[in-house]
Design a protein around this ligand. Sequence first.
Ligand SMILES: Nc1ncnc2c1ncn2[C@@H]1O[C@H](COP(=O)(O)OP(=O)(O)OP(=O)(O)O)[C@@H](O)[C@H]1O
Ligand SMILES: [Mg+2]
Length: 307
Amino acid sequence: MIVLVFSASDKGGTGRSVTSCNMAYWLSMTGLKVAYLDFDFGSPTAGGTFEISRIDTGIGDGIGLHSYLLGDSGFPARVSVRSETDRVELSQSRHPSGRLVLFPGDHSGSEFTTLDEPMVRRCTALFATCEQEFDVTFVDLSAGRSIALALALSATRSAQLAETVSRWLIFHRWTRQHIVAGHSLVYDEHGVLGTGVEWGHDREQLRNSIRYVRTAVPELNDAMGLRPAQAAWLQRQHDTLNRAAIRNEMGSTVVLGRTPVEPMLQCREQVILDIDVSARIANPETVDAFRHLATRLMNRAVWERLE
Ligand SMILES: Nc1ncnc2c1ncn2[C@@H]1O[C@H](COP(=O)(O)OP(=O)(O)OP(=O)(O)O)[C@@H](O)[C@H]1O
Ligand SMILES: [Mg+2]
């Protein structure tokens, strides 16, 4: 099964990119060929997260995705994460048939302000190429309702991609405002569904291709050393947030998974490896969460439940 995965969020700083990079890494560790397209044109961060210093904040020379989509370069640059990462443990941690290839954004890119037919054609051609070469392609969109979002929705409607399975992940933190924002990104007039319908998508089909990822959710276990009053307060907030999620059509049936608060990621955006867990720097629950998200992403039953 060949899959295009669109990572979106309403707010910035939700954990969309870091979680997507980690999911992409863990899928490549199962032997899949994975592409990661940095469509956050104003702030391409994936190079930094994969610890590839030469493209820490996007690629130079006008050969990134932004330039490609504008027609300024014939082919977008691609970078093998394991060949180019500065992190030795990441370069050595591989599955014999797995691949992880980053299509970086341009260092000097910016958000698009208009969308035209040639851009849609180039984007469609890019997705079609990825479909031929990779098992899974992540497309990390910028936060909010961007042109990149409309571009993704228009390209996936083209006849060339009619057989492609598209999945949408909406990332949000586990707070009241983030839940409301996640809902509005999907359901508001110019949200994913509204824009999708404008471009010819079937609303229900598109809705069935959306799942939510709750990021950096505080744990309520004793290990956190919470005072009783804190634990009781947090439990009440969790209950309130669960009710808010249900009210906002983001309840557990449409949740792909959640990630716990991870101290390592609070200090640095990166891929967490098994070696970080065995060195007891990263929490095992965090890697379990990324693996769980990656597994569920590829599990058809998870996506067919609503149909
Ligand atoms: N589970 C987690 N626990 C703690 N911190 C996290 C967790 N997930 C992500 N972070 C941190 O949160 C910050 C925001 O994450 P990230 O950059 O992935 O978000 P984003 O939604 O892609 O943001 P932007 O809109 O700026 O692109 C980063 O510093 C990241 O390391
Ligand atoms: Mg990001």
